[in-house]
Design a protein around this ligand. Structure first.
Ligand code: NDP
Length: 338
């Protein structure tokens, strides 16, 4: 069983060498009545939140840290090969938290979702039909409460979550602008993902004027994935009664001291609602989410861009690459295709 092992807690930016590949010969078995399953992992998801699990965190109420010497954990798509759980049988496909290894014994099957629709790529359950898809859907429709014609700004717009927020906003009849970190990503946003406009934030010395140019009348909805300087620039460009959904702050995850936000007073003057959210609170709505998003994929109303890395050996580089914007679209690692 080939595994990607977490070496030790990380400070600053994570490196490929914070993980290593080894082969284990322990055989995995799901005892009857144990509610455990043994799965063959097919697709693994690389997600920015995994960085927080690389830091030692003694607080059990928060996301637990990875354990040095054990496989990295994350969302993935897998096939059941042995089951002690009444609801999962051999051959079933599922998505949920699994290990970065060829085969995993999942003792806590509470957070596993069975995959019933396989007429779309299976890897989609790491992205558009999995956790990032739920994040975009719940964050945009529930937290932002969008109305037709509103002005929407999405940061980290070409990524796993951002590309969907933009497309959902277009389906709602909003005007959408995204920012991303390369020319290629900006082209993707404008030409493939249907954004009305996009800009490369790395080329802009002055983010406040960059946003002002895109939104002369101001922003109604800001879907925040990045944090730091971008929040300050966003705040100065918000309209009255605007909403900011704080989804993530990827620019801050590797800093020992987060950058301070200067313009918080705008929240008060402009009656802005700035609300953080965590996707797990919405997982009970997964079937409702599937009912709306699956048809949109089948009808071609929503497209999804994936960045596929082949093989477990390439998983550490793929994960680390998220923090320098190496990924174009949802970063997936293929362990096996069936
Ligand atoms: P992405 O697919 O967007 O990958 C991360 C991207 O972040 C990179 O491609 C890069 O794009 C950008 N980035 C990296 N470093 C920086 C930086 N210093 N400044 C600005 N941009 C940077 O990731 P996801 O779509 O999976 O996640 C997007 C956000 O959503 C993250 O903040 C994540 O933590 C959050 N999230 C929150 C959830 C919740 O429940 N609240 C659930 C899931 C995700 P670029 O080239 O454009 O810089």
């Amino acid at each position: 069983n080939k595994q990607v092992i977490f070496k030790n807690f990380v400070e600053g930016f994570p490196k490929e060498t914070d993980m290593y590949v080894k082969t284990s010969s322990v055989s995995l078995k799901a005892e009857e009545g144990s509610n455990a399953v043994v799965v063959k992992n097919l697709y693994l998801s690389c997600d920015p939140y995994m960085r927080t699990r690389m830091t030692f965190n003694p607080d059990p109420s928060e996301l637990s840290s990875f354990v040095p010497g054990y496989p990295v954990q994350g969302f993935g798509v897998a096939k059941v090969v042995d089951s002690g759980h009444p609801e999962f049988k051999k051959g079933d496909l599922l998505w949920g938290i699994t290990g970065w290894e060829e085969y995993s014994l999942i003792r806590n099957s509470e957070g596993l979702f069975k995959i019933n629709h396989t007429d779309v790529p299976l890897s989609y359950y790491t992205g558009i039909l999995g956790m990032p898809g739920m994040t975009a859907w719940a964050g945009f429709f529930e937290v932002c409460a969008p109305k037709k014609g509103e002005y929407v700004y999405v940061s980290a717009a070409s990524g796993a979550v951002g590309q969907l927020v933009g497309q959902f906003a277009k389906l709602m009849g909003c005007y959408v602008v995204g920012s991303a970190g390369s020319k290629e990503k900006v082209e993707l946003l404008k030409n493939k993902l249907g954004f009305d406009d996009a800009f490369n934030y790395k080329e802009k010395k002055d983010l406040v004027s960059a946003l002002k140019r895109c939104f002369p009348e101001g922003i109604d909805i800001y879907f925040e994935n990045v944090g730091g300087k971008m929040v300050d620039a966003g705040l100065l460009n918000m309209r009255d009664r605007a909403r900011i959904a704080v989804c993530g702050m990827v620019s801050q995850y590797n800093l020992s001291k987060p950058e301070g936000v200067q313009n918080l007073m705008h929240i008060l003057h402009k009656r802005i609602r700035m609300e953080g959210f965590v996707v797990f609170d919405f997982f009970n709505q997964y079937s409702k989410f599937l009912e709306t998003v699956l048809p949109s994929i089948r009808e071609g109303k929503v497209v999804y861009v994936e960045d596929i890395a082949e093989g477990l050996e390439n998983a550490p580089a793929a994960l680390v690459g998220l923090f320098s914007g190496q990924n174009v679209g949802k970063q997936v690692v293929v362990v096996a295709r069936e």
